[in-house]
Ligand binder design. Structure first.
Ligand SMILES: [Zn+2]
Length: 42
């Protein structure tokens, strides 16, 4: 069963920022679909 979970995550498409299309690492998942740059523009 554990292998099924690993397989599931491995097959997930890379998330990309809805603003600029940059790939988002999993640790930013809590921010939604926006990368750091677009999340905190200066
Ligand atoms: Zn972005």
């Amino acid at each position: 069963m554990l292998q099924n979970v690993l397989e599931f995550f491995r097959n997930l498409p890379a998330k990309s920022c809805k603003e600029c299309g940059e790939p988002i690492s999993e640790q930013h998942e809590c921010y939604g679909n926006t990368c750091d740059s677009c999340l905190d523009p200066r």
